[in-house]
Structure formats: C-alpha cells, structure tokens
Design a protein around this ligand. Structure first.
Ligand code: ADP
Length: 797
C-alpha cells in the first residue's frame, strides 16, 4: 500500500484541478482529484485523506454542502478542509465556510507557495497523527502479547501449584500440556508425555471403562467424569477422580480440552472401609451365634477390603481351629488346603494366625516379595505352588479379649493395586475389636442367662440363701430365707457376728454345714447353715432344723424317759423273780405273795407304758380309730370311779359329784374312760400327801364338763399348756420320786380333740383342776361321725 499522505482535490473545472495538481506536485504527496461533491464523497469512502482542497462554487452540490456531508461522516469528520474560492472575501462567505467545517481559505488566484505551505502543515499534522496512531497500535499489540505471556505463565504456575493433575488436550484429545503434579506422581518425563503414555498408568481393571468413556466424550463434547486408579511412581495405585471439559471459541467449536485428576484414594478407601465396617458391625450385632457371625464377617471382608479372609479361634482346649475362610475363588481355598496338607506347618514354630494368637500382636507384610516366598518354601515345587496362590499383601490381627486372645483374623490381598498399609491394619484391628465385643457380648448374654436361671433356682429352692457383702449388707435374700426366718432382707441380722461363729469355707472348698440356734423375736430357730466366703462377702445357705431339732429332742426324751420308766418295773420284776427262785431261802407265804404282787403290779405298769407308747404312735400317725357313740356321761364316770377305788391308796378320798341326769355325749366311750382314768391317776399320783379328790360332772351350754379336783402339787401358771405336750414333765428329774412318761396328758388332749372336745387345767391356791369338755350328743354331732381334727383343747373360749 502507498504510505504517502493522500490529498483530495475537488473542483468542477478540470483546468483548476490540473493547476492544483501542478502546484502540489512538488510536495510528493498522492493527489486524488474529484470533479464534483458526489465524486469527492465517493473517494472519501474509498480511502483516508490527510487534507481536502474543496472548491466552493460547484454546480449541483456546492463546496459548503459537500463539507457539511463530509463532517457528518465519522470517519471523515476530522479531515481538515481548505476551501478554494474566487468569490469576494466578504465576511458572509468566510463565516459560511468556517461553519461548514473549513479550517482555512485559499483565494483564487492561488499563491502556490502559500497553498503548498498550508498543505504541508496539514499533511505534517496528519503524518504525526498517523505515527501516533501506529505507535499506539503497536504498543497495544505489544502489551497484549506481554499480557498473554504473563497470563499463560500464571495459569501454568497455578496449574503446577495445584495438588491435582491438570492437563490440556487439543480437540482430538491429544495431550498438549500436563502440570508438574502429573510428572511428580507418575514419575514420567516430558518425553513420555509427547507419546502421552497415560493408558500405561491406568489400572488395567479401570482402563476399558475409561477408554470407552473418553471416546464417547470426544464424540459428544460432553463433560467427562470417571473414577479410576492411577499408578504412582512407586508402582502403587491410587484412586483418582478424572474430569475434563471442552473449552469452546466464539463459534462454539471446541478449541481445546482441559482436564483434572484428583486423588480421591483416601476418601475412596475410607468409604470402602466405612461401608465394610458398617456391614461387619451390623452382621456382628445381629446374632449371638458368634461363630456364624465371624464367618459372615469373613465373607464381607472379601470383596470389601481383601481377597482372602480367614478367622481362627482358640477352642476351650487351647487348640486353634479355623472357624471360617472366604475367598472370591473357592478353588484357591481348596488349593491352599492341599498345600497345607502336603507341607504341614511346624507346630513348634507357629506362623500366621497361630503366631498372632500366641503373641497377641498383629502382623503386617505390606508386600510379599518373591524373596519372601523363596525363604518360606520347602522346595522348588512348594515355591511354585506358593506362587500360584498369588499372595501380594498380608495382615493378621489378634482377637484380644479381656482376659485372653480369643483368636485371629487374617487378611490377604492378591491384588498388586491393593497392598495393605498401616491404615488397613488399623481398620483390621478396629474390626477385631468389634468382633471381640460381639464374642464377649454373646458370652455375657449366656452368662446373664445362666445367672437368671441360677437366680430362678435360688428363688425356688427350699434352702434359705443369703449373700452378705463385706459391709454386712444383705445383697441377696431368697424366698426360702424369708419363709424360714420370717424376716425380710432389710431386717437386721448380725451376719458378721454369725459368720464369726461359723467356719467360713473358701470359695471352691466344700462347705460344712453346722447346726446353730438363731434367736428371732424371742423364738429360737435351729438352722443347719453353711457359709462360703468369696471376694465380695459371704454366702450363707441354711435350712430350718427347728422341727427336726424338736423331733430329735423328743427322741432323746423318749429314750431317756422310757428307758428310765421301764428300768424301774423291770428291776422290781427281776428282783422278785430272782428271790422267788432261790432254793436256799424258805419264803414265808406272805412274802411270797408280796413278791408275786410286785411282779403283777410292775408288769401291769410295763404294759401301761407300752400301751401309752403304742397309743402315742398311733395318734402321731393319725391311725387311731375313733368310734363316736351316744354315751351317758354319768354312767361312764361312775364306772371309772368304781375301778379307781379298787386300786387307789387308802388315804386318798374320792368323791363324785353328779346331777340326777345329764344329756348324752358324743364320744368314743372307751377312750373317754381312758381320759378320765388318766386324770384320776394323775390326781392321785401328784397328791403325795393324799387329800380329797373330787370329780364333778355338769352340763354347760351344749357340752358336758368333767372336772377332776385335787389338793396336790398344783401346776404353775407358766406350765399349764406345756404339760399337755408329748413327754413333757414338770419334774423330769423326779426329785419328788414321782415317775411317769409324760405321755398321759398328751394322750388325753389328743383323744379329747378327736371328738371335738377340749381339755385344760386350772390351778389356784391349792391343787389343780383338770377340766374336760365333751360336746353333747344333740349338738349336731351324731354318733359314728368320722374322726376330725379339732383345734387344740388347751385354749379356753
Ligand atoms: P406323767 O404323769 O407320766 O409324767 P402326764 O402327761 O400325765 O405324764 O403328766 C404330765 C405332767 O403334768 C406330769 O409330769 C406332772 O408334772 C404334771 N401333772 C399331771 N397331773 C397333775 C396333777 N394332777 N397335779 C400336778 N401336776 C400334774
């Protein structure tokens, strides 16, 4: 392009244009001539001019009009216009010219020098302006370039500083840039990137999906997002999240691709591990059958965090057994078993789970190297077979219980991309902790169940059980304990004092029961009690022996009394018999008679004692037959008094006091006679100084009363009930020389009771009165009614 300044010359007259060209020619500018205003405007559209020389007087469109139009156009409005006019220099013209945008006037005839100098000035101004413009343009371009350089550098710096891998690619997907992180992570150099070796570092399992996704993205231009494993410089694989987006130009065409790969390995592993721990925890808490549960956990571990998982437990006998084993590929398990059979482990040098159980410490082999296998192999074949197991990484954690190691969980990875590290070990230990909790919970539950059963047994057994802690507080007090003692756990018993009196066995030792009395509310209880001490206190187990004790006492009383009572008559009979048989003695008739009488009387006494014993045993066994009949009380009493009179001592007076007639009673007549006979005998026996005995029979309400009064020894108020007890005697030592078995009043009471009657003793200032009350026959208790147990006769209504 012509760089010279252009000057537009406008005149309707050709000769004028030629003249102007001739004048301006020497300036060396480019001169463009236009014959009219329209032509001038056309030229102005075509190019830029440094100055316009415009003739004022032109037909059609004059100079002023042309200038006005030029000034209207933005591109031409600043071009200086010099009017060339022959018209008079009057002011009106000058004014019009200036208002039309002229910068100067040149009057015809033209002075060439003036015109040239004027034009030179304008061109000069234009040149300067152009240079300025050009310089400004250049500067702007330079600045833009610099700016772009700075921006690019800054972006690269930014990209390099980013923890993510950042790359760009051309629209076809060919890599154009990778940030520093890429090189740092993969260990690749810039040369590798030229080839763009990224498929070489993507995990083989993830590559097909990634390539497919990439192809799809390049076709559609859609954003790209995928999770995959990238191999690091050290050969380990880490999970990354890959993203790419297309950057489009104004025309919407893809200019380039920008992508990132963010390391999400820890998050991904944490997620996997959390999922696994949650699932395992769920499985562990679901069942109390921990064996089943641990097998389930092994199954969950495979696929979750390992390729193999085995659970070993320590059995009750201390042996270690494999409880569960899981593998994606069951043939590998079978293969491993075969291998173990062929090359059994040395029990003296435990390895794996056995070693972990023994030490209680976890084991981690992050990467099983070939050298390790070689060391472990017994021979070349073994090594070959071991290699086939494809073991890459191993860890084993103990199941540490509160008191002992319960077992171990082993994890094995066959995936070079999944080598166990400290994080995995930590996870495995957390799992082991949970498994132990599950095992121990199951045990606790079982124990609690057993305890509940034991508590139930304690509650229901007949023996009293009390658990007393070291502070003397009763911690357990079963129902039997309450029933036996009549006390509640809160009632104060001096257990510690009690324990001091007993021999307290140590836990596990056989406790010996002792029989001891325990006084409760003035009542004496005999307890057979054993005490066992344990860490927190003492356990007392006891049973009530009061009744047995009473029976035992009674047995002893019986033996003592009966043997004594039998001995006296036996001695008398024996003595008499021996005397009778002596041939060296000539016995007088009287003595002979006397001796025979002794034998008769004492034999009768023996018979009576035996009779009483028999009767008592029948009464105790409730086997005595009672035949209740309608009997006449007066006739019975009279008969009995008659009999008594035949054998009572001479100095005893016997008086009978009966009304004319009395209603009949309902009783067993022979038994009623026996009662009266007993009372009469006692009255005589316990009146050693003799004295009158009076028998009174009367009618009371609906019963008949028999009262036997004597003036004998009397019965102290405190003993009036007890004398009716079996074997009970007021004077067991027989200080007064009055013998007896203590059965007579007991028999009376029992016989009277059986016909619905009562018996008691009244004893005032002198002697005593035994009263028997028998229901009248009319009182609705017909004869022959079955015997019935009636309340004790000694209480008076
Ligand atoms: P035994 O007469 O064989 O001792 P009992 O059962 O007949 O047995 O009497 C029990 C006790 O009651 C007697 O040991 C005696 O102490 C007292 N006893 C019985 N009858 C009388 C009485 N009439 N007067 C005083 N004490 C009596």
């Amino acid at each position: 392009m012509d760089a010279r300044a252009a000057i537009l010359l406008v005149d309707d007259r050709r000769e004028n244009l030629l003249a102007l060209e001739a004048v301006l020619e020497p300036l060396g500018h480019r001169l463009v001539s236009a014959g009219s205003g329209e032509e001038a405007l056309k030229e102005l559209l075509r190019e830029e001019f440094a100055c316009i020389l415009l003739d004022v007087q032109m037909p059609d469109m004059d100079g002023f009009e042309t200038a006005r139009l030029i000034k209207q156009r933005e591109r031409s409005q600043h071009i200086p216009i010099i009017f060339v006019t022959a018209i008079s220099k009057d002011e009106e013209h000058v004014f019009r010219g200036y208002s039309a945008g002229a910068v100067d006037y040149i009057l015809k005839p033209i002075d060439p020098d003036i015109l040239r100098s004027k034009i030179a000035v304008f061109v000069d101004v234009w040149e300067k302006n152009r240079q300025l413009r050009e310089q400004a343009e250049l500067l702007r371009e330079q600045q833009l370039a610099e700016q772009e350089r700075v921006t690019t550098a800054r972006y690269q710096q930014l990209a390099d500083a980013m923890p993510q891998i950042v790359w760009t690619a051309d629209p076809n997907g060919n890599t154009t840039y990778c940030n520093r992180r890429w090189f740092d992570y993969t260990g690749m150099t810039a040369e590798d990137v030229e080839l763009f070796e990224w498929p070489a570092v993507v995990h083989p399992d993830d590559l097909p999906a990634m390539l497919a996704r990439r192809t799809q993205t390049l076709e559609t231009g859609d954003a790209f997002e995928i999770e995959f494993r990238f191999r690091a410089a050290d050969g380990s694989y880490r999970w990354h999240l890959g993203r790419a987006a297309a950057i489009r130009g104004d025309d919407d065409a893809i200019e380039f691709w920008i992508g990132t790969a963010t390391d999400i390995h820890d998050r991904k592993r944490a997620e996997e591990q959390r999922r696994f721990i949650v699932a395992a925890g769920d499985a562990l808490s679901r069942s109390l059958d921990y064996r089943h549960t641990l097998a389930e956990v092994a199954r969950l571990a495979v696929g979750g965090i390992a390729d193999w998982c085995a659970v070993h437990v320590v059995e009750a006998d201390g042996a270690i057994s494999e409880l569960a084993v899981a593998h994606e590929d069951p043939t590998q398990v079978a293969f491993a078993r075969e291998l173990e059979e062929r090359y059994p482990p040395n029990p003296d040098q435990p390895t794996g789970a056995a070693a972990v159980v023994r030490t209680g410490e976890p084991e981690l082999v992050a990467e099983i190297t070939d050298a390790m296998l070689e060391r472990g192999a017994r021979d070349d074949l073994h090594l070959d077979l071991l290699r086939q197991l494809d073991l890459r990484s191993y860890m084993c954690v103990p199941l540490r219980g509160r008191e002992r190691v319960l077992g171990a969980i082993t994890f094995i990875s066959c995936d070079p991309g999944r080598l166990f590290g400290p994080d995995d070990l930590q996870l495995a230990e957390e799992l082991a902790g949970r498994a132990v909790t599950a095992i121990e919970n199951a045990q606790l539950y079982r124990e609690a169940e057993e305890r509940a059963q034991a508590a139930q047994v304690l509650a229901t057994i007949g023996d009293g059980v009390a658990l007393v802690d070291r502070a003397g507080r009763v911690r357990l007090w079963n129902e039997a304990a309450q029933r036996i003692t009549g006390l509640t756990a809160g009632d104060a018993i001096d257990w510690q004092g009690f324990a001091r009196r007993l021999r307290v066995a140590n836990a596990g030792e056989a406790a010996r029961a002792e029989t001891v009395p325990l006084e409760i509310d003035g009542r004496e209880l005999w307890l057979s009690i054993s005490a066992v001490g344990f860490e927190e206190g003492t356990v007392f187990a006891f049973r009530d022996l009061t009744e047995q004790r009473a029976l035992e006492t009674m047995r002893q009383d019986l033996v003592a009394t009966v043997s004594h009572e039998l001995r006296t008559p036996l001695a008398a009979i024996y003595g008499s018999a021996v005397t009778l048989r002596r041939d060296d003695l000539e016995l007088e008739d009287q003595l002979l008679d006397k001796l025979l009488e002794v034998i008769e009387v004492e034999a009768k006494r023996l018979a009576d004692i035996v009779e009483d014993l028999l009767l008592t045993s029948q009464l105790d066994a409730d086997k005595l037959e009672v035949r209740i009949e309608r009997c006449d009380p007066i006739a019975i009493v009279q008969q009995e008094v008659e009999t008594a009179r035949t054998h009572i001592p001479k100095h005893v007076e016997l008086a009978l006091d009966v009304p004319e007639a009395l209603p009949p009673v309902a009783a067993d007549p022979s038994q009623l006679r026996q009662v009266l006979s007993n009372l009469l005998d006692n009255a005589v026996k316990y009146s050693p100084d003799g004295g009158p005995i009076r028998i009174e029979v009367s009618s009371r309400d609906r019963s008949i009363r028999f009262a036997v009064h004597d003036r004998g020894l009397g019965v102290p108020a405190a003993e009036r009930e007890r004398i009716f007890e079996k074997f009970y005697r007021l004077d067991p030592g027989m200080t007064r020389g009055i013998g007896g078995t203590g059965l007579g009043l007991y028999i009376c009471r029992e016989l009277v009771r059986r016909v619905g009657g009562r018996i008691w003793v009244e004893s005032e200032a002198e002697g005593s009165t035994f009263v028997v009350e028998i229901p009248q026959e009319s009182a609705g208790n017909g004869a022959n009614r079955p015997k019935s147990a009636v309340s004790a006769g000694s209480d008076r209504g």
